[in-house]
Each structure stands twice: as C-alpha cells, then as structure tokens.
Unconditional design. Sequence first.
Length: 257
Amino acid sequence: MTKLLAGMLHLPPLPGAPLGRSSLDAIEKQVLADARILLEAGFDAAILENYGDVPFFKDRVEPVTVASMTRLAAAVRGEAGALRLGINVLRNDTLSALAIAFAAGADFIRVNVHVGATATDQGVIEGRAADTLRLRAALGAEVAIWSDVHVKHGRSLAHPSIEGEAEDAVLRGLADALIVSGRATGEPASLEEVRLVKALDLGVPVYVGSGVNEENLREVLASSDGVIVGTALKEGGRTANPVERDRALRFVEKARG
C-alpha cells in the first residue's frame, strides 16, 4: 500500500497577529512557492496552517484570519491542485477551518482536539465534534476530519490512554483519520503509541504528525499509514523557514525507494 506523504505549509504571522509584518501578497508568493516544491517533489498532500499567529486563540480566531487563510487556500488550490489540501486553524477553531476548506475546495481539516478536553498553553480546550460534524452536514461539505490524539503541546484531561482517545475520536467523534504526534513541533512521535493506535483497527488511516525526518522515515512508515512532515523539509531545519527543494526531493525519494 502506498503511504501518504503530506507536507506542511507553515504560514508566517498573518495580518492581525501580534508579530504580523508581511503583506498578504508576500505571504501568498511564499506559500505558493512552497506548495509548488511539494507538488513537484511528489508529495500527496499539503496542510495550510497559521503557524506564525502566536499567541493562539483557544477556539475562535478573528475574521481577518479566516479571510486571509481562505485567500491563501484558494491560491494553493489553483496553483497546486493535484495536492490534497488540508486546513488547520490553530489552536482549535474547527468551524473556521471547515468553512475555509468548504469555500476554497480543500479536502480535509486537521483538528487538534476533536473529542474530550486537553490542557494547553491556551487553557483547557474542549473537543467540538458535535458542532463540527453538524456544520459539515449542513454545508454538504465533502471535507474529511483528521483528528489528533494526545495532541502535541497539550495533555489530555479526558483520556489517560491514547487508545481511549482514538476510539472516542472515531467511534463517537466520527473522525476520518487519526494523527499521532510527539510532545511538541518537530519532536518524534512514540512508535509504540503509533502501533497501539494502529492495532485498534478502527477502519481509518493513522498518520504520524511530527518529528519525521530522513533518518527515521522508513521505521515510521512501517508503523503507520503515512506522515505529515514540516520541519525536516525547511531550509536549515527551522520550522518557520521556506521549504527547501533538495530536502523535499530527498525525503520523497527515500519514502518511495
């Protein structure tokens, strides 16, 4: 089975964010360059994320963020339409993510906390599966929901075990895919946890969502259905930098080899 390779489109601070300095025109130019590299390197998907908008709102971003991300998502769809496109609105604005995906023709959203409750630096975030699924039904949107379990930069308050959160995310939250990540951005996920979630056989793919690089790629792919990679593809290995073509090409070559 071919394993999915998804690359991150980490956005710099958007208009309205405390660190926002760049124009939308400049941001669009960079994100399109990154998307073209991912497409030409052979990636299957890309996830657009407001990575630079620190500090994050807990569960509802401002209208300017939604408008900006919709513009950028539509531009990526037009420039690199062969990539499956995902939307992640940090920290956990699932309704805005779904609206952006619907308007821009994206394929899925990533939801950091889909079910239960998680302690984070934004406070306690509660899953909004009921709201998300009802909005998707009301819109008639063919947008998949990729749910993190034991999400990075957080500690689950409702699910002591990652298996419990995975089961609830799929069986009660109706998630279409699961994501296992490390403790923080760029940190490797526990392969033991990946295997535990895979062993549940819940009928949805299980992806690894952080810390994947050329050195551990083969082992991670052997335990999962695919990977989401960001930092390892960036210039100098720094998350906020642009995607580097040679890194992207080597990554895909090793994954497919």
